[in-house]
Design a protein around this ligand. Structure first.
Ligand code: SAH
Ligand code: SF4
Length: 377
């Protein structure tokens, strides 16, 4: 249903609102008018939208999010690249496969030079942002992180984002000065009780206070929640969306819970991909200019739904550049899909999205090499 959007001519926000008017859907019309006037949605409106199940109403909701995405951020899907440089973690988040207590994980750390070389290669492919992600690993002291960020910036000349968990505010300030312009610190859930149950070694107020600091000191800051944590209700999700809107983040990374073997939640059911798409749409309505990836977690549960995310408000995808030998060991959840660069770029191009010219050039060269190989064999 959603994929049809590729072959339809772009529809403006005004036209979409007219279509919603004709449908007689009072809730969607109210939400659409508010979003187009930059008025805040109320919690009860968000809850009602999250509960929509009828395909025709969902089509209109996604079309609305799509029109807002197009109006505020254009046709480009940004390809970011992640290097998961260490799977050591001192913490024990209940949902996470690389939590400290999971003894089955084979741990690795990438050397600074290896990280920088990988980043250089990514820059040559037209990657929009290099994301450095890891468990909470004190081996990478503030000094070492600064060196890595500085060297990546110097040699790759691409914006650097960090996703390394809790660090002191001073450290986040230093990393920014070293050249990291973006960072991602997910609040995971705004429900204090669930947060505390999930994070035996984390303090709710501290996490939010660090996040607010990253916003205040001028990072292009990101946050997000996990969909489908034990005990989480639709009302909680509505509060997550309102929190993201009000805290002032410019990026939102959110995806479904995916079970991870060897964790206390290994038998807990995964989060709902369809609910995740509705949340994407509501985040786009609430933060029109947001940078929002269709996440790997969603793709792991359902690869097609990840790409449907681009018709529900998403405008970013994160490709994985962790070297092959480490990648399988960064198992924050089971069966994590690789999100390969060329495969992703090809799909996006074929769906009609606008891509960075350097990405297109890299893809064309790759396809030429593929053809040559076919001819030889
Ligand atoms: N250690 C850092 C960054 C790496 S983890 C941190 O925690 O901030 C990055 C994200 O992976 C976390 O924010 C969490 O939301 C997500 N994650 C971990 N385990 C997950 C699971 N089982 N299902 C879905 N998301 C998960
Ligand atoms: Fe560590 Fe992040 Fe996993 Fe928590 S979610 S255990 S902090 S890697």
């Amino acid at each position: 249903m959603l994929n049809d959007s590729t072959i339809l001519p772009p529809v403006t926000l005004e036209e979409t609102i007219e279509e919603i008017k004709r449908s007689g859907d009072k809730l969607l019309l109210r939400v659409a008018l508010k979003a187009s006037e930059n008025e805040l949605l109320e919690k009860k409106e968000i809850v009602k939208v999250l509960l929509i199940e009828e395909p025709e109403r969902l089509r209109l909701l996604f079309k609305l999010a799509d029109a807002i995405r197009r109006k505020y951020t254009g046709e480009t899907v940004l390809i970011k690249g992640v290097i998961e440089f260490s799977n050591y973690c001192k913490k024990n988040c209940l949902y996470c496969g690389i939590r400290a207590a999971n003894r089955k994980v084979e741990r690795y750390r990438m050397k600074p030079e290896e990280i920088v070389e990988t980043a250089e290669r990514m820059a040559g492919l037209g990657i929009n942002t290099i994301i450095l992600q890891s468990g909470e690993d004190p081996y990478y002291t503030a000094d070492l992180m600064e060196d890595i960020i500085r060297e990546v910036r110097r040699r790759a000349r691409t914006p650097v984002s960090i996703s390394i968990g809790n660090r002191t505010k001073e450290e986040y300030t230093r990393f920014k000065e070293a050249g990291a312009s973006k960072c991602l610190l997910k609040h995971e859930t705004i429900n204090r009780e669930i947060f505390e149950a999930m994070h035996p070694d984390d303090d709710y107020d501290e996490r939010i206070s660090i996040l607010k600091h990253t916003v205040e000191i001028g990072y292009i800051a990101g946050s997000g929640n996990i969909v489908g944590l034990p005990g989480q209700t639709i009302e909680d999700i509505a509060e997550d969306i309102i929190f993201l809107r009000d805290v002032g983040v410019k990026m939102v990374g959110l995806g479904p819970f995916v079970p991870a073997s060897g964790t206390p939640l290994e038998n807990h059911p995964p989060g709902d991909p369809d609910l995740t798409l509705k949340i994407y749409a509501l985040v786009r309505l609430s933060i029109p200019r947001v940078f929002m990836p269709a996440t790997t977690a969603l793709g792991t549960l359902n690869r097609e739904k990840q790409f449907q995310g681009f018709f529900a408000g998403c405008n970013v995808i994160m490709c994985n550049f962790t070297p092959e030998e480490y990648r399988k060991r960064y198992n924050i959840y089971n069966n994590k899909i690789p999100v390969e660069f060329y495969d992703t770029a090809r799909r996006l191009r074929d769906q009609g999205w606008k891509l960075n010219p350097l990405v297109l050039k890299a893809l064309e060269e790759h396809e030429r090499r593929e053809k040559e190989r076919e001819m030889v064999s």
